[in-house]
Design a protein around this ligand. Structure first.
Ligand SMILES: *Cc1c(COP(=O)(O)O)cnc(C)c1O
Length: 379
């Protein structure tokens, strides 16, 4: 039997698409932008995405953790970086030493950041977070006046600089949701209290991708663009066509193809049974690689120019597709999702098939690098 080496499963990330998206979003927002690269850049690779975003003019990078921010510095990024999710016993010294801006939601965090700054021999750059209604972190409205008073006092005595005040929306993907107006008003109230306390932060920011695109009043001095930077739609059904290009393509080689007879059950539990004779193909990716099991029998892939539907349950390492009588050779390219320009499904179509959001599709696949490699193209 002849052997044609097939490319192993891989994620292909188009850096040109990323740069295009970052530039386009900067144009749309009309204010400086932060490219959010947390969770390994939503599965696209944090360091490479950060570099592309900077090349495209991103003034800021945003990450969840201190560790992510410090990794950006270790990779050579020297621009402005903000992080916002701290462990209860977070050690801030590496962040302050690396000139990363850290978020404080409580007096305790402020004091610990000040101690880290003393240890690092630097003045920490701190941004204050107000909870305007997401109920994740951020100071409560009740705690806010005390926090800004202490923040101002520490600024005066040289303990830290307060560089920003910010918050985060809960429902920005539903532009008509009343929580958006309420949160923006709560943010304005918090800004007024901070101003009365004497704080003059350089950046005030509230908007993520959906709000940055759909809610101009929420843009303030900076928009934090995550998902849209990767070319995906943060508010399906609401977002105008901005010409963003999905940057991630997921592909794998077909393992095998074979006929099955009418009545054959496919995959665990026989949840799908062939009603006529057909052919099926095996794709070597499964939920162990981040393929959502919820997409079983619903998601589609592109093989030989045609969309093919998954049959039966997604397994740990593999799934089966209906080849409708075709018998492509082993090694034939299977495109699970991509920009959609060659007829392949998009991450959004996978999200629809799995009853989830495209954020989860790209992030969970990109988080599973054990059997897949990532390849960067710059077309
Ligand atoms: C993830 C995140 C963002 C980016 O959100 P998108 O909807 O992907 O644009 C912005 N701000 C904060 C605080 C986040 O956690």
């Amino acid at each position: 039997m002849s052997h044609v080496p097939a490319a192993p499963p891989e994620i292909v990330v188009d850096l040109a698409a990323l740069r295009h998206n970052v530039r386009r979003l900067r144009e749309v927002a009309g204010v400086p932008t932060m490219t959010v690269v947390k969770a390994d850049a939503y599965g696209h690779g944090m360091v490479e995405v950060a570099r592309a975003a900077r090349e495209a003019g991103a003034e800021w990078l945003g990450v969840a953790t201190v560790d992510e921010a410090v990794a950006l510095r270790a990779a050579g990024d020297d621009g402005r970086v903000l992080c916002w999710l701290h462990a209860p016993d977070q050690v801030f010294v590496p962040a302050v030493a690396a000139d990363v801006e850290v978020t404080a939601s409580t007096l305790d965090e402020l004091e610990r950041i000040a101690r880290a700054a003393a240890e690092a021999g630097r003045v920490a750059a701190v941004q204050l977070k107000i909870d305007t209604g997401l109920s994740r972190n951020g100071a409560t409205a009740d705690a806010w006046p005390g926090l800004v008073d202490r923040a101002r006092a520490g600024e005066v005595d040289g303990s830290w600089r307060i560089t920003g005040i910010w918050s985060h929306f809960a429902c920005s993907d539903e532009p008509e949701h009343p929580a958006n107006d309420a949160q923006e008003q709560a943010f304005l109230d918090a800004l007024a209290i901070a101003e009365a306390a004497g704080l003059r932060p350089e950046v005030r920011h509230l908007a993520n991708s959906a709000a940055g695109i759909l809610r101009p009043s929420s843009r303030f001095d900076l928009v934090r663009f995550g998902l849209a930077s990767y070319g995906l739609d943060p508010a399906p059904g609401h977002t105008p066509d901005l010409g963003l290009v999905p940057a991630m393509t997921l592909r794998a080689p077909l393992v095998s193809a074979k006929p099955v007879h009418a009545g054959a059950g496919v995959s665990y539990g026989h949840t799908w049974i062939a009603d006529t004779a057909t052919t099926v193909g095996l794709v070597p990716l499964g939920y162990g690689d981040g393929i959502p099991r919820h997409a079983s029998s619903r998601a589609q892939v592109l093989v030989d120019g045609k969309k093919r539907t998954m049959r039966g349950r997604v397994c740990m390492d593999q799934f089966v597709i209906d080849l409708d009588g075709d018998l492509p050779g082993a090694g034939t390219d299977v495109v699970l999702f991509g920009p959609g320009t060659a007829g392949e499904p998009t991450a959004q179509e996978w999200a629809d098939a799995a009853d989830t959001i495209s954020y989860e599709i790209v992030t969970r696949v990109g988080g599973r690098m054990t059997r897949m490699s990532r390849r960067y193209v710059d077309s």
